[in-house]
Design a protein around this ligand. Structure first.
Ligand code: SF4
Ligand code: SF4
Length: 662
């Protein structure tokens, strides 16, 4: 393979390559220096786990695989670039060393060095074609299918990048074909596609060789120089993001050291962590996060993709001032990234983070902005103020007298730990909804009856139980959360609790994932897990056939945050009910609208999230929606009443179980 380059051409090509490399590196270093302005967080622990994430998420792109079409096209393009690296080196080297080849070594007794080179060229030829197929698929999606998530301001940039890639791959094949046409490639037999091109078109004029060499070099290094100025910085930073992934439990918000911290939350980009800032450059602007967002889907201003890209653009716009420390006059993120209304619209359902192919973390940024509003500016939706005050005074957001907490259990003969002398396996953590909301009292009563019937030894804390603090923390009120957490942990330790079962996914998540931040380490299970175990062991038997078809709604704090997806379905299977899945289910489930303390806020913009979710139930035709979360149950009750669909029954899974196993 050889193109003859004149000295003048070599000088021009070399200058271009050096300039492109310089531009690429300079911009990259500038970006890294900006990212380093973020708050410090340690993401250098558990290196083995991080390397695995880099391998699976970065190289194998497993998160993209959640969407097959996109996965196939990305896979082709990504591996085309990796495998063509040797070819890129060879062609570029032609500027100085005509005929230079990437050296290969023999596999003694198996393949000679020549055969190894041949294998390399076959794979390059084929992957170049697959890369072109990938680009054509991507262009088809963007220009013909046009999914809403890909129609945004950054779409023009994506097209430019795709055309660059197409040009690089096509010019490579044509250059190889011209070489073969001129009988200069001794490896012609190992290049089936290039040989076919050479036999199809007349490329015997040496001008072709020159032309395609120049086209390839200009496109390749032009693309390299363009990358850091485009959204395609993700080619570099997505890999890095997959290594610096968050390895803490998904449901645990970061702990704030209230003693040592003076500034809470973030309203300036540099108050976010460096990993938060990195997200902006890893973003591919694929729109998956926004497509999955229930708030955005129902007409709210919140747009997780824009949250990330606006944060990045703010960092770039304000970079110079941030570097020089002159930030006093700059607008904050509540002006440049997202408005307070948009930030309050988040249900913390985690769908955005879950869907993001490059491991971006939207929820922590939203929480930092909420913390800033609440703790630094005393700003929160007025209707949520009452709920917070109720937690402060009566230790529950409903505001019912704290000493009424154990009232739901009257007549059920449920032991209370403070009354002493009980030999129990589980503490039943009832939660505020189960204790104070009339509808959910019926659920916890059913659960208590089922446990008793199955011989589970359990007790409750009664008046000693307090709100876990979940609504306060999701609202941004870290002070109140920590006060609740510390008091509850002290009680649990005083009562020597080791195992906890709860019917509330929010309590479950906080007790299991957040209390360890304050020294509260307990074995926590959700009631769906215990019910499955009791059914599996035959301690409960479903004896009554239930005729109606049901659909199961996944609570976000069970499914996406804690991976409890199969257990409730196993329970339903044992109850012999016909289950019809909603289109959005499992880890793709659609929020009920209550998480993230949205339960305590008005929803005045767009369609109500719970109404949308009820429409998903309606689409199944099932006459019973079963959930395993008190908040979801309240939201479905509300939607059924206001949409005049009370003919659809709303039940907790344990109520259904009690019906099947009377
Ligand atoms: S957590 Fe849920 S509601 Fe919040 S931005 Fe992400 S997808 Fe939207
Ligand atoms: S944040 Fe993630 S999911 Fe959202 S647009 Fe960027 S890459 Fe896609």
């Amino acid at each position: 393979m050889a193109v003859t380059i004149s000295v003048l051409e070599a000088i021009v090509a070399s200058s271009f390559i050096v300039a492109a490399l310089f531009s690429f590196l300079a911009k990259l270093l500038q970006t890294v220096s900006l990212v380093r302005r973020g708050r410090r967080v340690n993401r250098w622990n558990r290196i083995g786990r991080r390397l695995w994430s880099l391998f699976a998420g970065g190289l194998l792109q497993t998160k993209i695989a959640r969407q097959t079409y996109a996965y196939v096209l990305h896979f082709f393009i990504f591996w085309a670039f990796v495998i063509l690296l040797a070819s890129v080196l060879e062609i570029t080297a032609q500027a100085w060393f005509s005929g230079w080849r990437v050296p290969t070594v023999a596999f003694p007794g198996v393949w000679t060095a020549g055969q190894m080179s041949g294998a390399l060229y076959v794979s390059q030829d084929l992957i170049a074609v697959l890369g072109i197929v990938g680009v054509v698929m991507a262009l088809f999606r963007r220009l013909v299918l046009r999914p809403a998530k890909l129609v945004h301001e950054g779409a023009g940039d994506a097209l430019r990048v795709l055309l660059f890639i197409l040009g690089i791959l096509v010019s490579l094949l044509l250059y190889n074909a011209a070489n073969i046409a001129l009988a200069q490639d001794v490896f012609a037999a190992w290049r089936p596609v290039s040989s076919w091109v050479a036999s199809t078109w007349d490329l015997t004029n040496p001008v072709h060789l020159h032309l395609w060499w120049w086209a390839h070099v200009l496109l390749l290094f032009g693309f390299l120089a363009y990358i850091p100025f485009s959204k395609h910085t993700h080619i570099v930073f997505a890999m890095i993001n997959s290594f610096f992934v968050d390895l803490e439990p998904k449901g645990a918000l970061t702990k704030v050291d209230l003693e040592k911290t003076e500034t809470f939350g973030a309203n300036r980009v540099e108050q976010l962590s460096w990993r938060d800032l990195l997200d902006g450059f890893a973003c591919t602007e694929c729109g998956r996060c926004t497509e999955a967002c229930p708030a955005n889907a129902t007409g709210k201003e919140l747009n997780p993709m824009l949250l990330i890209t606006n944060m990045r653009d703010t960092l770039l716009d304000q970079g110079e001032a941030i570097q020089s420390g002159e930030t006093a006059e700059l607008p904050g993120m509540l002006q440049t990234v997202h408005t307070p209304e948009a930030i309050w619209a988040c249900t913390t359902c985690y769908a955005c983070v879950y869907e993001c192919p490059v491991f971006n973390e939207h929820v922590p940024k939203i929480m930092e902005m909420r913390r800033h509003m609440v703790l630094m500016e005393g700003q929160m939706p007025p209707e949520s103020v009452g709920a917070m005050r109720n937690i402060e005074t009566n230790f529950n957001p409903w505001g019912i007298a704290w000493d009424q907490r154990g009232k739901w259990a009257e007549g059920l003969d449920v032991p209370v730990l403070s009354e002493g002398g009980w030999n129990v396996e589980y503490l039943f953590w009832v939660g505020c909804a189960g204790s104070f909301d009339d509808r959910n009292r019926r659920v916890v009563q059913a659960f208590a009856r089922v446990m008793k019937k199955a011989g589970v030894k359990f007790a409750i804390l009664g008046k000693e139980e307090k709100c876990t603090g979940d609504p306060a923390r999701r609202l941004g009120n870290e002070y109140l959360f920590q006060a609740m957490a510390k008091e509850n942990i002290a009680t649990l330790k005083r009562r020597k609790v080791r195992k906890i079962v709860t019917a509330c996914p929010h309590c479950f998540n906080t007790l299991k994932n957040e209390y360890p931040q304050f020294g509260g380490r307990f074995e926590v299970i959700h009631h769906t897990q215990l019910l499955k175990e009791l059914l599996d062991k035959g301690k409960i038997r479903a004896t009554k056939a239930l005729r109606e078809a049901v659909t199961y709604h996944d609570a976000c704090y069970l499914s996406r945050y804690n991976g409890i997806i199969q257990e409730p379905r196993d329970v339903l299977l044992k109850l012999n009910v016909v289950t019809i899945e909603m289109e959005k289910h499992g880890d793709r489930g659609f929020c009920c609208g209550a998480g993230g303390a949205r339960m305590w806020m008005e929803e005045t913009v767009g369609e109500k999230v719970n109404h949308r979710r009820l429409s998903h139930v309606e689409a199944t035709g099932a006459k019973n929606v079963v959930s395993a979360c008190p908040y979801c149950l309240i939201m479905f009750d509300d939607a059924a009443k206001t949409k005049n669909r009370e003919d659809i029954q709303r039940q907790d899974i344990v109520e259904l179980l009690e019906q099947a196993a009377p």
